[in-house]
Design a protein around this ligand. Structure first.
Ligand SMILES: Nc1nc2c(c(=O)[nH]1)N[C@@H](CN(C=O)c1ccc(C(=O)N[C@@H](CCC(=O)O)C(=O)O)cc1)CN2
Length: 291
């Protein structure tokens, strides 16, 4: 068996094409959506991701507001940028690129954001809304995973899903989306203290690998025909991406997302969805897609 590719780049292109029309409609009403980004430090991955986010903005007609600080930035300097974007009427929504440098209190920064401008869905108020099934901007990578599965018709209802990883932006949040009544999956969260990861993986209809551990998931861990989403990123000495999923898994799985080219572009597309939805709410129409 050779797995069908969950082509995140292609699906993201379709999403962006639809957003271009919605942005044009907003502009006719005199509103230009603006995405703000706060990037602190010079982590290679974070720089690439933020650059990609602004490339996407240009593609669909969203204005870009870029703020950067060096790795030596203080908590106060970052908080000052958060306040600035909270107050900037040109900024519809913004993100603070994570992770922040060691020593910075990330949670305090997220709490300081205006939840109505939280384009990542990571403000505690929005995470609370998500838990309570209230309308909220959906976190971008988890929503990217879900959208990719839906697009390719992978059965989610009743599926046994194993999520590997419990990071706050991805692993911790994916079960929140997949166990909602409209998805109805059964989710097992595995992590570094899981006793027998392979035993869990072999039962899974869907594997979401978000551990950041190169080639952790091997072909012998995967049930034939399962859907495998490779979200984790490790980098070689040259900076190339090594995913969590060994390439030979494609011989066993039914579906597989490449990395790069899978969940990454979907993450960026969902971010733009959140910004456009926020702008639409500002002009009195539209609501969160989770509603
Ligand atoms: N504030 C946030 N920080 C982080 C998030 C997040 O959702 N919000 N998630 C991850 C990183 N991430 C988002 O910023 C992200 C990851 C990957 C990509 C992407 O486009 N990847 C490309 C490859 C790019 C490359 O060459 O390195 C791909 O997979 O094809 C975009 C965004 C942590 N931080």
């Amino acid at each position: 068996m050779t797995a069908e590719i969950l082509d995140g780049k292609a699906v993201a292109a379709e999403i962006k094409s639809r957003l271009t029309t919605r942005v044009a409609a907003l502009k006719e009403k005199g509103v230009t959506p603006g995405l703000g980004t706060i990037l602190v430090g010079d982590d290679t991955g974070s720089r690439k991701y933020v650059a990609g986010k602004h490339r996407d903005c240009a593609e669909v007609g969203i204005a870009s507001i870029r703020r950067e600080l060096p790795v030596t930035a203080t908590q106060e300097e970052i908080e000052a940028l958060v306040r600035e974007l909270n107050d900037d009427p040109a900024c519809t929504g913004y993100i603070v690129q994570l992770p922040l440098p060691t020593g910075i209190d990330e949670n305090r920064i997220l709490e300081l954001m205006n939840p109505e401008k939280d384009a990542d869905g990571l403000h505690p108020m929005n995470l609370g809304r998500l838990v309570l099934n209230e309308p909220a901007p959906l976190p971008c990578t988890p929503n990217g995973v879900l959208t990719l599965l839906r697009h390719y018709g992978v059965e989610i209802k009743g599926a046994e899903v194993v999520v590997v990883g419990r990071g706050v932006t991805i692993g911790r949040l994916i079960p929140l989306l997949l166990t909602r009544r409209r998805e109805n999956a059964t989710v097992t969260q595995c992590h570094t203290s899981t006793r027998d990861l392979s035993a869990h993986l072999r039962q899974a209809d869907i594997i979401v690998a978000a551990a950041g551990s190169a080639h952790l998931i091997r072909p012998e861990d995967v049930k034939p025909g399962a859907a495998v989403l490779d979200v984790g990123v490790s980098r070689s000495a040259k900076g190339t991406i090594i995913g969590d999923v060994h390439p030979d898994v494609a011989q066993v799985a039914g579906w597989i997302s490449p990395n790069p080219g899978g969940v990454g572009p979907m993450t960026r597309a969902q971010l733009l969805v959140n910004v456009v939805e926020a702008a639409e709410r500002d002009v009195g129409y539209g609501q969160h897609s989770s509603a």
